[in-house]
Design a protein around this ligand. Sequence first.
Ligand code: NAD
Length: 284
Amino acid sequence: MAIQTIGVVGAGSMGTGIANLAAINGFNVILRDIEEQYLDGSLKRMSKFMDKSVARGKMTEEQKQAALSRVQTTTKLEDMKDAEVVIEAVLEDLNLKKEVFSALDEIVREGVILATNTSSMSITEIAAATKRPELVAGMHFFNPAQLMKLVEVVRGFKTSDETVQELKALSKRLTKEPVEVKKDSPGFIVNRIMLPQFIEAIKLVEEGVASYEDIDKAVKLGLNYPMGPFELQDFAGVEIGYHVMEYFKEEFNNNQFAPPLLIKQLVRAGRLGKKTGAGFYDYE
Ligand code: NAD
């Protein structure tokens, strides 16, 4: 039977986008966060996102209301028992993810796939927190999940072929283009390519070679990227980039990935991009 009910754990930026995407495409969604206030905020952001679609004539008010009615919110992880697949989107913290996967493994039915939206962490290690590693894989959406076309479907060491095929098919039903990441390697494809670019951009500022504005402008106009490296880091959350740099440095045993001093200072100062509205751009 084709999957009809998707569990989403974590109602932050990504969880909200994934839950909204699933609801728009006719799936039932069970969305879990740790406090009601985060769930309320998430539903408001979905509603606001869909208002824009309604205003553009891409969806009717009735379709919007129908999508919202398909999202069931909960603070109880046990409610994931009815999910036919679960996509985890909690904070980028390996121990937290392992805790969530270990608990989900006890809650969901036999045969249910547990996917993680981690940007960089080891699928194999997350899978090892469960007794179903063949049913665990990465399903890496991009921000905003409602709009960005790509999903990286990532194999852990023990992920089965069936799990990969199932998640690719699900991605397509969610109107996305999946690519398969054949090995569990930090950052998968996109972040592996993007992170060194972030580091070089920060170093260019540190060395006084160019300003944030001119680096973003150069990358947009010279490489035809829609956003420059600083705009993108501020949008995604500066601390996420910082943690990924630390993680790459450890995993690859390579100081090439060590976070430059400037991003360290920014994170220490609590300037976290989208979270505070103040990232690189007003840190002079
Ligand atoms: P976020 O901080 O916006 O949201 C995380 C949410 O998880 C918060 O609402 C928090 O309350 C909730 N949470 C914490 N512990 C929980 C638990 N035990 N159960 C349920 N919810 C819990 O983070 P985000 O930006 O949405 O990132 C989520 C994941 O997606 C991370 O792994 C991140 O690396 C990945 N990701 C992020 C982006 C991005 O651009 N932001 C892109 C792709 C992937």
